[in-house]
Design a binder for this molecule. Sequence first.
Ligand SMILES: [Zn+2]
Length: 425
Amino acid sequence: MEMIGHGGKEIIERVMAKDAALKRVAEMKAAKVKTLDVRLQLATEILDIAYGFFSPLEGFMTKADVEAVCNNMTLADGKTVWSIPIVYDISSADLEKSGIKQYDEVLLTYTGNPFAIFDITDIFTLDTKEVAMKVYGTTEEKHPGVKRTYQYQDKFLGGKITLLNPPKINEPFTKFWLTPKQMRERFKEKGWEMIINHQTRNVPHTGHEWLMKGAYLGAYGSMMVDKPRGGVLVNAMIGSKRPGDYIDEAIILCQEAQGKHGYFRDDIFLTTCTLWDMRYAGPKEAIFHACLRTNLGCTHHMFGRDHAGVGTYYDPYDAHRIFERLPKGSLNITPIFNLDWWFCPVCDEVTYMGLCGHKDKKASFSGTLIRSIIQDGVKPPRRIFRPEVFDMIMECAEKYGFGNAFVTEDYLKNRQPVFTIEPLK
Ligand SMILES: [Zn+2]
């Protein structure tokens, strides 16, 4: 089947078959090649690269790529749209100790086990302040994406990655993690021709539910009844967490619950996850999400109010406006721009900025309101949370969150990892 990803190129998996990988690791060990053990942040992106989530990237960016991303919002080819640097950082001291030079082939390990081959073609430095300004529009360290940028070590390695050892995705994420190729196969099984992606890092209240329903209605509004339809893909971002975020387990299981309990017909709804540390880059991250979901095989992508934003760094609709700046045809996915959904006590329903005439009476689904409802643990009206979704939040808090649906220090320290890399044998 067709596996064309972002940039119009075939999705490339850079994953070595097991027998070949075993042989290769034995050879590399015999030849005493240099090795580096990677941290979770890098391991996550190695998986994304190897399975084609970041297609057409086949490895970590070179300096030319990072500069093009910062200056032109493209890769170094000058035409493939890309908005967030994907980099491998290392300290000068570690680089020196490892003896790694340009054009070395390096064995990467994760938690001590063979993981990937890294063909290093570029060793470089970056002005992280400049990168922060160009990607995030600010140099304030309070911004979590900027903070991550400033935490990079002082040297960067660019080059292709080949995965040697596939991850074991742990429960409850196992069935939700599908590679771009698996995702497309699933769409084919379901007979979906149009796939509307909903990006999320939340458990769904009815505002989110209606956001998705609104996008679905919009996308199919002009389609005749007999045409093959498609569905809504909820693709949750699972990755590094900050205290106060929803725990990953609650996000994925509560999203699934909407389909399980019929708020969406089972044949038009699918919940999956992608491993990605949110950068909260607002408009730039919206573009990145569009590229990523193109690789997953989606045809449409929803962008909500303050998409991937944080604090007051971006205007709530900057992440919509940025699409106007892209050259025509540079993305193979159609954006659906959602305005604000709220609960209106006069209409007595969940409604929408573009419809409801009682703006002054609206009750917004503010983070603070939703958080206090969840922390109270008392079942709210079903107009705010579907009862089955709310029950699942409470269940996840007990089962995975050490009593809390939100990330705590306890959770950060003691949670089960989302994936593990086991010994290769
Ligand atoms: Zn109203």
